[in-house]
Each structure stands twice: as structure tokens, then as C-alpha cells.
Design a protein around this ligand. Sequence first.
Ligand SMILES: Cc1ncc(C[n+]2csc(CCOP(=O)(O)OP(=O)(O)O)c2C)c(N)n1
Length: 332
Amino acid sequence: MILEKINKPNDIKQLSPIEYNQLADEIRGFLIEKISKTGGHLASNLGVVELTMALHLAFNLPQDKLIWDVGHQSYTHKILTGRKNQFDQLRKFGGMSGFPKRNESHFDAFDTGHSSTSISAGLGLVKARDLKNEHYSVVSVIGDGALTGGMAYEALNNASSLRTNFIIVLNDNTMSIAKNVGGVPHMLSDIRSSDSYYDLKENVANTLYKIPGGDHIVDKIKKTKSNLKQMILPGQMFESMGISYLGPVNGHDIERLIKVFHVAKRINGAVIIHVVTHKGHGYKPAERNPAKFHGIGPFDIATGKELKASDKPTYLMYFQRKYASLPRKISL
Ligand SMILES: Cc1ncc(C[n+]2csc(CCOP(=O)(O)OP(=O)(O)O)c2C)c(N)n1
């Protein structure tokens, strides 16, 4: 078991690359096993196993700051930062939180729970870093669902004028808690169906370099005002705002992700890396029904069926009963 070698923060950096995929499989098995007993956010966490591993491998935590939007998808991050043995007490009184908590670990850069806050929080850390003339990376990871929240756009608006590095990882699994709706998912779907801009740029340049005089052509393309990306990048909203865009990148390819993160680190300004993941990845019941497995109670692993819920009233039941008699439409 490779997971046995992961006991304290940054143990993942001692692994050899050939062990990465097996570790990802073992982390998935671990999460399914534990959450089937305690309940928790399963589908989102299964989707970001490789992404989280790649972030831990490419960045220098905790000097670099990693912010998870909502934070419900931070379970692999918790495993990789020495909290593997606390999963039996996940979300229990006195036990490990289901969200990042600074008082739980100094690898948790920001306490979350609310959606769409991570880019704003990241901007704050970037500002603090620059004022103190310090040098580290700030990375905000936001889902496509959270990216539909207004606060994210207020932050993108401010990020566009940055002259120092700020990395935003867009974890696009085409889902919010349930199916995403509106214009943002539409735009992301257009980008996903295009060829990878990052790959294309790299491939075009590499091919041109091989032909005589090719370096001049690459130089010209770089300097042309109506540049290449305008022809090949649909819906280039981010680039138009002054935020560099890399992607789309396969979010289950660890080595590829690491490579792109290293490219992003060198960009002066804000950069969005569009990572495409699969919600529920590796567990068929969650892949088939990611909304049900977004947040789930204890369940049977073989069938994916939820075990009988406890008889104790939940907060939701309490409020539903308390307000059941109120009229549905209240005129003000
Ligand atoms: C302010 C606020 N509104 C709503 C929620 C409920 N909520 C929980 S997760 C989530 C978004 C989930 O979608 P996404 O960001 O794409 O992450 P995924 O679970 O798909 O990885 C939302 C809106 C919240 N946490 N905070």
C-alpha cells in the first residue's frame, strides 16, 4: 500500500512518479470506505484526487497558499497533510471538520464553507504577500458551480489588474451540487469542446521551431495583435479581462497538471487554469448519480444505496416543521 507511506505533510514528495496513479486509486478506495460509514461529500472529493496530488507536488506547501472554494472537496488535501487517521471522526462533534480550518492545520490557508469566496480570499493573500515583499504562490481552487456566484466576478474584476502572480484553478466537472444552469456553464462547455489551447500553442510552436526560419514565424505570431488565440479560443472572456488562460487540461493526468502549474507560476499577473474533472470519478454509483453523492449519509458500497437515516430530527426537518404553516408567498 502506497497510502501507508503518506503519514505527514509532504510525504507525497518522497514518492516516485510511477507510484502516483496507484496512490490516487488507494485514496479513492479510502474515501469511499470512510465516507460510506460517516457520510460526507463524496462525489466532489473523488473528482479532485489527482488535482490535489498535483497541487501538493507542484507547490511548496504551506509556504505557498492553497485556498479551496466551499472547501467540501478538501478531503484528499486533508489526507496529504497528515490527517488520514482522523477520518473516522469526520464531521463529528470534536472530530475533524469537513471543511478547511486554520486551527486544524497550517496547511489550510483559509476557513471556508461558503461558496464563491476563494478568488477574493486569494487576492487578499496576494496583496499581503506583495506588501511584505514576500515570494510565494497563492492558488485558489474554484468549481464551475461556485464560479456562477457573483462574488467570484467581483474578485475576477480586481484580479485582472494584478501585475504579480495569482493562480486560479477552475475545477470544471460540469456540475454544481446538481446540474449547473445559465450562461457560465454554456461558455465553459464551448471551451471544453475546443482543442486544448495550451496544447495547441505548444504544438504549433514546437512544429514551427523544427522548420528553417520557424523561430521567426513564432516570433511574428507572438507579436501579432490579432493573435493566434483569438482564432482558436472560443469565449475568451478571461483573456479579454487581462487574465491569462491555460487549458482545458485533463484533471486526472497528474504529470500534465504538474507541468501546467509550473507554466502558471511563471506568469506575471492572474492566470486561470481550466481543469476538467469528472465528479464521482472511479466509483460507478457516484459517477451515475453525482448529485446524490454530492453530500451523502452512510451508504452500502456495493449498491450505493443509502443506509436507513437516523430517527433523530435534522435541522432541515426542524425548520420545515416550524415553518410549514406559513403561507408560501409572503407579500411585503
Ligand atoms: C454562499 C453559498 N451558497 C450556496 C452554497 C451551497 N453549495 C455547496 S457546494 C456548492 C457548489 C458546488 O459546485 P462546484 O463549485 O462546481 O463544486 P463541485 O462540488 O462540483 O466540485 C454550493 C453552491 C454554499 N456553500 N455557500
